[in-house]
Design a protein around this ligand. Structure first.
Ligand code: UD1
Ligand code: CA
Length: 454
């Protein structure tokens, strides 16, 4: 199919009251325009043109290679915007018009819309709104056929009472669309070239208009930050429903936020106030505690994330337990059954199967073998103020409480580090390292007196 998508994104978005272009405001951590680009991409169009105007450079940069940007220097109306976009497009295709500020449109709805144009008509996405406010109204004849669209500002009372609205999204054969746009004038209440006027022109030419009635949510646009927040909630509701249908139990579907792509196995459980960002892959039976934030990570089968844990850029193998209050930073690879407890931070750290760091530790730039125990308060001193250095710890090592491991350092298999040690040189297989000042007890020592005036 020769599908050419046009996305309108030149408008100012005055009601956002923002220095930033409206289409760059984010929904689920992704600019609005990228939601639209993704919906369009699902139809595999042969071209995608984005009409830019206000903040053109910033929008162009955000669109990047996902579309060709065309500048509409003056915003003379939606009809003029489409005319600008299709100026260089061939006549043989079908043009699908989307809006950069209508982010929740679904590919299936767009396919139905395009199908109308493929039958030689115009496809038009509409919806029923209880309170259609200032949206364009759909005019139908006695046979229920669409005959036109009237803009709110141009409508009479009877027309304003109509609650079927124009989403703005339409598809039409390129050549005919060009012809109709050529005939559109700006003789209306707003002095703009309305895209909506092509509907009555098409009907006048005997071309049928196929309405695709969609859900309100799908075609709702963002004009202010209140609407942005409403659509964010709608998006989150849909994501929560999707996850539940894939076999994830949610403690409360209203208290999960998904800001990326989440793939989950069966029988996962997600407690309240969890944020999943970027690409997150959950195996089967993963449990995520309240307030956890998981970003760009994969969690194997049966992983348990206790409350208020932050995991980013990490791979957790099956059966790991992390948190509560742990911070697993980028480059962390936890082997099977690893246990990382409260107030433990890992960064670029590999922990072998069965290794435990149960409390209060910093493990950075470290490779740790299997079945090793890292005591509370252990710190890998990876930074000398200039460079980062690595710590290598073998299998079955016992690192006592409050050890300071000054990198670069190696602690071989089976070694034992006495509590409170500062370790600066290699510890051989099975050796005990004791690196602390010898204790001295002073008998008969007198405490200083407490001052009376304090
Ligand atoms: C438009 C429709 C209206 C529909 C509503 C749905 C027209 C005349 N009216 O009204 O029937 O119910 O959308 O939201 O089409 N834009 C440009 N260049 C321009 C003008 C607009 O790129 O010259 C872009 C805007 O950035 C925006 C979109 O087109 O993304 C819609 O423009 P807007 O001015 O918001 O149209 P509405 O008055 O809401
Ligand atoms: Ca609008």
């Amino acid at each position: 199919m020769n599908l050419d998508v046009v996305i309108l994104a030149a408008g100012q978005g005055t009601r956002m009251r923002s220095q930033k272009a409206k289409v760059l405001h984010e929904l689920a951590s992704r600019p609005l325009i990228h939601h639209v680009l993704a919906a369009s991409e699902a139809l595999a169009p042969r071209s995608t043109t984005v009409v830019v105007g206000h903040q053109a450079d910033a929008v162009r940069e955000s669109v990047g290679t996902l579309g060709n940007c065309v500048l509409q220097a003056e915003q003379l109306g939606t009809g003029h915007a489409v005319q600008t976009a299709i100026a260089d497009l061939p006549d043989d295709g079908i043009v699908l018009v989307l809006y950069g500020d209508v982010p929740l449109i679904k590919p299936q709805t767009l396919e139905s819309c395009v199908a109308g144009a493929m039958q030689g008509g115009v496809g038009l996405v509409t919806a029923h709104f209880e309170d259609p406010a200032a949206l364009g109204r759909i005019l139908r004849d006695a046979d229920d056929a669409i005959v036109g669209i009237v803009e709110f500002k141009d409508a009479n009372d009877a027309e304003r009472a109509i609650n079927e609205i124009n989403s703005g999204i339409l598809a039409a054969p390129a050549g005919q669309l060009r012809g109709w746009l050529h005939r559109v004038n700006n003789d209306n209440a707003q002095g703009e070239y309305y895209l909506t006027d092509i509907i009555s022109l098409a009907v006048g030419d005997g071309v049928p208009v196929y309405g695709v009635v969609s859900d309100k949510e799908e075609v709702s646009g963002v004009n202010d930050r209140k609407q942005l927040a409403e659509l964010e909630r709608t998006y989150q509701k849909l994501e929560a429903e999707r996850l539940m249908l894939e076999g994830v139990t949610l403690a409360d579907p209203d208290r999960l936020d998904v800001r990326g792509r989440v793939v989950a196995g069966e029988d996962c459980f997600v407690d309240i106030n969890v944020v999943l960002s970027g690409d997150v892959v959950l195996g089967n039976g993963v449990r995520i505690g309240a307030g956890a934030v998981i970003t760009d990570s994969s969690l194997g089968d049966g992983v348990e994330v206790h409350p208020h844990t932050v995991v980013e850029g990490a791979e957790l193998a099956a059966g790991c337990t992390v948190g509560p209050f742990a911070r697993i930073r980028p480059g962390s690879r936890l082997g099977e059954g690893v246990k990382v407890g409260n107030f433990v931070e890992t960064k670029k750290a590999t922990l072998g199967a069965g290794t435990k760091a149960s409390h209060l530790a910093y493990l950075g730039d470290a490779t740790i073998g299997a079945e090793t125990n890292i005591g509370a308060g252990t710190v890998t001193c990876n930074y000398d103020g200039v460079d980062k250095h690595e710590t290598h710890i073998g299998d079955d090592v016992f690192v006592g409480t409050n050890s300071t491991l000054v990198a670069p350092i190696e602690i071989a298999d089976g070694a034992f580090v006495a509590a409170g040690s500062t370790v600066t040189t290699r510890v051989e297989d099975g050796d005990l390292a004791v690196g602390r000042a010898k204790q001295r007890n002073i008998s008969g020592w007198t405490r200083p007196d407490k001052r009376k005036d304090k």
